[in-house]
Design a protein around this ligand. Sequence first.
Ligand SMILES: Nc1ncnc2c1ncn2[C@@H]1O[C@H](COP(=O)(O)OP(=O)(O)OP(=O)(O)O)[C@@H](O)[C@H]1O
Length: 239
Amino acid sequence: MADKLLSVETVDVGYGHVGVIENLSLAVPKGAVVALVGRNGAGKSTLLRAVSGLLTPSKGRIVFDGRDIGRAKPHAIVDAGLLHVAEGRRLFRSQTVDDNLELGAYGTSLSKADFAGRVERVHELFPILKEKRHDLAGALSGGQQQMLAIAQAMMRDPKLLMLDEPSLGLSPLLVDQVFAAILSLRGSGTTILLVEQLVERALEIADAAYVMQNGRVIANGPAAEIAKSEALKTAYMAV
Ligand SMILES: Nc1ncnc2c1ncn2[C@@H]1O[C@H](COP(=O)(O)OP(=O)(O)OP(=O)(O)O)[C@@H](O)[C@H]1O
């Protein structure tokens, strides 16, 4: 079994007094794509927010790369190499595509050569971002904005990339491109935690999967086994 890069251990998370996640544990091995699936409202985004420091668990531990980050500030978690591409693409819409990439690397003190290398890698993965480098981010299509959001995170060369609904609102062709990009990132050693409503697609590319229902994990295992499991059906049928 590969080393764990992220381990969430028996955490409770909520909003104020409203508990959402209860006693949840999850592990993401180094180099893997792990899918987190479940119906709307199951608590997937809440879990990602806790891992990236936007919410603080009231119980349990979150260990990333050997360090307890359960109470760390979001910027410290980013600096440690854990990037969260949230649902809804938070871009600098009135800045160009190039500017958005530069802002993605803000504060990293990269050498010019390393910066250029990262931009080149982004362009290899998403050629459209090279073509549109001088366009305003707000003028890109939804799919292109999603690619830019992922590209912006890539500028920090993350150890772990958490993607929340990367296919949301995209045409089938763009969905294919986003999934191909995820595979390519995995191929170059990035570990990925993927929240995705296109469950079949997510399980096709994932190594392992967790199924969430009402703030709890109800099943986990190799993605191919989860794809055939009763738990998956239950999670999507339950009201
Ligand atoms: N900012 C918030 N304040 C209070 N409750 C919230 C907040 N955000 C989410 N919730 C509640 O937390 C629960 C889990 O929501 P969450 O967004 O984590 O689910 P999800 O599995 O990611 O689903 P979705 O795909 O709809 O985002 C829901 O009951 C939701 O109403």
